[in-house]
Design a protein around this ligand. Structure first.
Ligand SMILES: Nc1nc2c(ncn2[C@@H]2O[C@H](COP(=O)(O)OP(=O)(O)OP(=O)(O)O)[C@@H](O)[C@H]2O)c(=O)[nH]1
Ligand SMILES: [Mg+2]
Length: 201
C-alpha cells in the first residue's frame, strides 16, 4: 500500500518483481542498482541467498525526485521464485502497488512460468485483490540465449501463454546484459504512479 503524506508531499510505493525460480528477478535488481546510481538511495539488500537462489527477498530503494509536487520514493522487491517458499512470497507481496512478472524464455521453463503466474493470482486473491487491479508489466527474459543456440520459447507463444487475457505491456529482455531492464521498470513505474494518481483524484 502506497504511503502518502499530504503535508510533507512525500509518496512511497512498492514494486514487486515476481516470477519462477531462476527467471532473473534478482539479476534485474542487480542491473538497476549498477546502472541507476543517481536514483538509488541505499544499498541493494539481499536477505538470505544461497548461490543465486533468493530464499527471502531482495530490496532496493529508489528516489525518483519530484513528480507533480510529490517527492517520490520507490521500493523494489523480489520474491523467492522456488515453489516451496510461498509463505515468503505472500509476505513480500503484501501492500504491492505495482508488479513486474519476470518470465523465463527457456523452452524448458514454460510450465514454470504458467504456474508462477497462477500462483501470483492466487496470492493476490488471498488479499482480496484481482491481478487486473494492480499495474503489471510482463518481461520475457533471457532473450540473449537465442544467440547461444539454446531453445527458447517464442515471444508470441509466451504472449499466448501468459498475456492473452491480461493484455499487460510486455518487454523482451536480457537482465544479464541489461537489455530491456530499464524499459520494463520505467513502464511499471509509469503505470504505478498513474494508478496512485487516479486513486488520489
Ligand atoms: N543468459 C542469461 N542468464 C540470465 C539472465 N537473467 C538471469 N540469468 C541467470 O539466471 C540465473 C538465475 O537468475 P536470478 O536473477 O538469480 O533468478 P531469480 O528469478 O532471482 O531466482 P530465485 O531467486 O530463485 O527466484 C543466474 O545464474 C543469472 O545469472 C539473462 O537475461 N540471460
Ligand atoms: Mg532471486
Amino acid at each position: 500500500m502506497a504511503n502518502l503524506n499530504f503535508k510533507s508531499k512525500e509518496m512511497e510505493c512498492k514494486i514487486v518483481y515476481y516470477g519462477p525460480g531462476r527467471g532473473g528477478k534478482t539479476t534485474n535488481l542487480e542491473y538497476i542498482f549498477k546502472t541507476y546510481r543517481k536514483q538509488t538511495t541505499g544499498k541493494m539488500v539481499s536477505i538470505d541467498t544461497r548461490g543465486d537462489r533468493t530464499l527471502f527477498f531482495d530490496f532496493l530503494p529508489l528516489k525518483l525526485g519530484k513528480i507533480r509536487g510529490y517527492n517520490v520514493r520507490v521500493q523494489l522487491y523480489t520474491v523467492p521464485g522456488q515453489v516451496r517458499y510461498n509463505s515468503t512470497r505472500k509476505v513480500v507481496l503484501r501492500g504491492v502497488d505495482g508488479l513486474v512478472f519476470v518470465a523465463d524464455s527457456l523452452l524448458l521453463r514454460r510450465e514454470h512460468n504458467i504456474m508462477s503466474l497462477k500462483n501470483l493470482q492466487e496470492n493476490l486473491r488471498s488479499f482480496g485483490l484481482k491481478i487486473s487491479e494492480i499495474p503489471l508489466v510482463i518481461q520475457y527474459n533471457k532473450r540473449d540465449l537465442e544467440k547461444e543456440g539454446i531453445r527458447l520459447l517464442s515471444v508470441e507463444s509466451m504472449e499466448q501463454d501468459m498475456n492473452r487475457q491480461l493484455q499487460a505491456p510486455s518487454f523482451s529482455a536480457s537482465a544479464s546484459n541489461g537489455q530491456g531492464v530499464g524499459a520494463t521498470l520505467k513502464e511499471c513505474l509509469k503505470l504505478t504512479l498513474e494508478s496512485l494518481q487516479n486513486k488520489l483524484e
